[in-house]
Design a protein around this ligand. Structure first.
Ligand code: FAD
Length: 232
């Protein structure tokens, strides 16, 4: 699982200088829970930050509305004017766990040390994209309400990469359908513990690091207890 992401962008009259310093954001959790009245399953958070395309290089490549030409003197003027006036509403939402998604090793393609490259197979559940579109619309409404002179959003596309890498060694009681048990010990190798994002069984609905850390602390306690009990 990746978490489905999207953003809504807005330019303001005055400089915001969002690119300066650490992104200090608060995540709007009003839409975290699934809403049974919606046609899709899922939820997520919305956080305000310096646009999805925060760095100058990324901004010149993809920071402008998709409908506009991205070359020439006019474009250069727009970049110079808008970079410090832009901010975005960044959406992180549900990525429903699907059996068809996996990471496997390539049968023949290897690196110089003979290690196989990985093959990532991933396709969003349609609800992931519906949820991302829903949250993106809310983000755009928030920018309008905040007084942005202009707002837009890049179309939500199926995920083809991600930085929130979750699942693949999921936790569970059944060795046939999971890799680690509830104490993070692998079913197959008795003294091997896996404490990272791979143990998650759902994507959560946003930034995963605190959950990964909480699980790692919990696993450490259990490893200590097992060591004291002489079962390691
Ligand atoms: C650009 C970016 C932005 C992100 N932003 C956020 C955010 O705002 N909020 C949030 O919550 N999360 C964010 N994430 C996601 C978050 O960083 C990850 O989900 C989290 O760090 C994953 O933790 P992990 O322990 O699963 O793996 P990692 O932190 O990747 O740890 C894996 C470790 O294993 C080591 N390793 C790999 N192979 C070997 C080997 N063969 N032998 C020994 N060691 C090895 C690696 O060096 C690494 O230290 C972001 C990620 C990226 C890339």
């Amino acid at each position: 699982m990746f978490n489905a992401h999207a953003s809504a962008e807005g330019t303001f009259e005055h400089q915001l200088n969002e690119y300066k310093g650490v992104q200090a954001t608060r995540v709007i959790m009003d839409y975290y829970n699934s809403d049974p009245s919606q046609s899709f399953y899922g939820g997520g958070g919305i956080d305000a930050r310096g646009g999805l395309f925060l760095t100058p290089l990324m901004y010149t490549i993809a920071g402008s509305p998709p409908s506009e030409k991205n070359w020439g003197a006019e474009y250069k003027d727009m970049i110079a004017h808008s970079f410090s006036r832009q901010m975005g509403m960044f959406i992180s939402g549900t990525s429903i766990p699907m059996d068809r998604n996996n990471i496997t090793l390539h049968p023949t393609n290897t690196d110089q040390w003979g290690r196989p490259s990985i093959i990532v197979t991933y396709q969003n559940h349609p609800d992931d994209l519906e949820n991302a579109r829903f949250l993106q619309n809310i983000g755009q409404e928030l920018l309008d309400a905040a007084g942005a002179k202009r707002t837009w959003a890049h179309p939500v596309e199926p995920s083809n990469f991600g930085v929130h890498l979750l699942g693949t060694c999921r936790m569970g009681d059944d060795p046939a359908t999971s890799v680690i048990d509830k104490a993070h010990r692998t079913h197959d190798v008795s003294n091997l513990f896996i404490c990272d994002g791979s143990s998650l069984v759902t994507s959560t609905r946003g930034q995963p690091t605190m959950i990964i850390m909480a699980l790692a602390f919990r696993a450490a306690d259990q490893i200590k207890a097992a060591a004291n009990a002489g079962t390691i």
